[in-house]
Design a protein around this ligand. Structure first.
Ligand SMILES: Cc1ncc(COP(=O)(O)O)c(C=O)c1O
Length: 420
C-alpha cells in the first residue's frame, strides 16, 4: 500500500524555481540570471568573522543556547528602532508586536498559515513575488491579481469594484488579505507610493478589520542612491486604524543571505499570538547565534557600512546589465524601467513573444547558455506571458556581460525564427 499524504502534502508539487535550479546544476556552463541569490563576492565573510571573534571574547555562552521563541529582545529592539527611523513615525513601535523569523519567508508563511484556509483568497499585485504565489498554492489559498495602474500602483477604484463584486456574490468572507511588495519589488523593481498605501488602508478600513494588509518590505534597504520616500503602511495607518497590518522585512538580502534571519511586525495581537504558537511548534525560536551576530553587526555600524558596499555594487551591476541589453533589446521592441533598488530587471517583450518555460525564447536562451525567470510565474493568472525577470545578484560583472549577450542572442534568434 502506498503512503497516503495529508491534504497539504498532496497539494505540494516541485517548485518552479527548483526546476530552474536543477537545470542550472545539470548544465554548469549556464549563466543564471534566474536565481534571486546575492553576490558571493560581497558577502561579509571577514567582517562577520571579526564579529564572531568579539562575541567569543565577550564570553557570553547564552548566544549558543536556545533563545526566545519570539526572537532576541536586543535584535527586535534594534529592528523596531530602525523601522522608526526609516518611517519618521513620530511615535515608538511596540516591541511586543515584533518577532524574528528564519528569513522573512517564514514570517510570511506563518502569517498566511494562521489567517487563511484552503479556498480563501489573497489579493496580489501584478506582477508579484512568485515564491509567495507558490506558498499560497501549497496552502490551497487562491491568489487573485488586483487591477493595477500604469504607474505600477494598485488601482484603488478597480480594487473597490472587485471587493464589491465579492460582496455581491456573498464571497467577501473568503478575501483575507492584500499582499504588497512595497520597495524595489521582486520582480518589477516598483515601489508603492505613499498615496497608494494610504488609499488602500482607507479602502480596507471599510471592511471592519476582516481584510489584512501584508507589506513585504524585503528590499527596502537595498536602494542604490537614496531611499524611496514612502513610509511603511504601519506609519501611514497611524493609531486607531483597525486594518490588521503585517509588515515583514529581512536581514538576508541587505547583509548575509546565509544567516537567514527575518523580521515581522504585526499590529493585531491575537493574530501575532497565533503565529508565535505555530512558530513554537515549528522551531521554538530562530537560531540565537545568528541573531547575536546580526545584533552586533547592527550595533557596531558594520551592517550599515556593508549596505553601502552592496548599494554601490548592485548599482554597477544594474547599469552594466542595462547597457549590455539596451541596443539589441530596444531595437527588438523590448522595454523596461530601470529600478532604483533591488536585484531585478523586469523586461517586457513585444506582445507576441512568449517567454514561458515551453516558449521558443526559453529554449533559445538555454541553448545560448543563460537562464531567466519566465514572467508568467510572477502573475497569479499566469498571464501576460511576454515578460521576463533577470536577476543580477549572483553574477560578477564579466559574467553579467556574457549573460546579457547570450540573452540578446536568444532574443534575436527567436525573433528571426518568427519572421522567417
Ligand atoms: C519579495 C520577497 N520577500 C521575501 C523574500 C524572502 O527572503 P528571506 O527569507 O531571505 O528573508 C524574498 C526572497 O527572495 C523576496 O524576494
Amino acid at each position: 500500500m502506498s503512503l497516503k499524504f495529508s491534504q497539504l502534502g498532496t497539494r505540494q508539487t516541485e517548485s518552479d524555481i527548483a526546476r530552474l535550479m536543477t537545470a542550472a546544476l545539470q548544465r554548469p556552463e549556464l549563466l543564471s540570471l534566474a536565481a534571486g541569490f546575492t553576490d558571493d563576492r560581497t558577502l561579509p565573510l571577514a567582517e562577520l568573522t571579526e564579529v564572531a571573534v568579539s562575541l567569543c571574547e565577550e564570553g557570553d555562552r547564552s548566544v549558543l543556547q536556545y533563545g526566545a521563541n519570539q526572537g532576541s529582545q536586543k535584535l527586535r529592539k534594534l529592528m523596531t528602532g530602525r523601522l522608526e527611523a526609516q518611517d519618521h513615525a513620530g511615535w515608538s513601535y511596540d516591541l511586543e508586536c515584533s518577532f524574528i523569523s528564519n528569513g522573512s519567508q517564514q514570517a510570511l508563511y506563518l502569517a498566511v498559515q494562521t489567517l487563511c484556509d484552503p479556498g480563501d483568497i489573497v489579493l496580489v499585485e501584478q506582477p508579484t513575488y512568485f515564491v509567495f504565489l507558490e506558498m499560497l498554492r501549497g496552502l490551497g489559498v487562491e491568489a487573485i491579481s488586483m487591477p493595477m495602474l500604469r504607474n505600477g500602483d494598485v488601482d484603488k477604484a478597480g480594487l473597490s469594484n472587485v471587493l464589491e463584486a465579492y460582496a455581491a456574490a456573498g464571497n467577501l468572507d473568503r478575501v483575507k488579505a492584500v499582499y504588497l511588495v512595497s520597495y524595489y519589488a521582486n520582480p518589477s523593481g516598483h515601489s508603492v507610493s505613499r498615496e497608494c498605501k494610504s488609499s488602500l488602508l482607507a479602502l480596507l478600513g471599510k471592511f471592519d478589520g476582516t481584510i489584512a494588509l501584508f507589506e513585504d518590505a524585503a528590499y527596502r534597504e537595498l536602494f542604490y542612491a537614496k531611499p524611496f520616500e514612502a513610509e511603511s503602511s504601519l506609519a501611514l495607518a497611524g493609531e486607531g486604524n483597525d486594518v490588521p497590518i503585517f509588515y515583514s522585512t529581512t536581514l538576508t538580502k541587505p547583509f548575509a543571505t546565509g544567516l537567514k534571519v527575518g523580521f515581522g511586525y504585526c499590529t493585531h495581537g491575537d493574530w501575532l499570538d497565533r503565529m508565535m504558537a505555530v512558530k513554537g511548534q515549528q522551531d521554538f525560536g530562530t537560531a540565537n547565534y545568528n541573531q547575536a551576530l546580526l545584533a552586533k553587526s547592527l550595533e557596531t555600524g558594520l551592517f550599515d557600512r556593508h549596505l553601502g558596499v552592496l548599494r554601490k555594487s548592485y548599482l554597477e551591476k544594474i547599469e552594466t546589465l542595462h547597457i549590455h541589453l539596451a541596443d539589441t533589446l530596444l531595437a527588438q521592441g523590448w522595454s523596461w524601467t530601470l529600478p532604483e533598488g533591488g536585484l531585478y530587471l523586469w523586461l517586457m517583450a513585444p506582445g507576441d513573444m512568449e517567454t514561458g518555460f515551453d516558449s521558443e525564447l526559453h529554449q533559445a536562451a538555454i541553448e545560448a547558455g543563460v537562464l531567466y525567470v519566465p514572467g508568467e510565474l510572477c502573475n497569479a493568472g499566469r498571464s501576460p506571458r511576454n515578460w521576463a525577470r533577470l536577476s543580477f545578484g549572483v553574477l560578477g560583472l564579466e559574467d553579467l556581460k556574457k549573460a546579457a549577450d547570450r540573452f540578446c542572442f536568444a532574443v534575436k534568434h527567436t525573433t528571426a525564427m518568427k519572421i522567417s
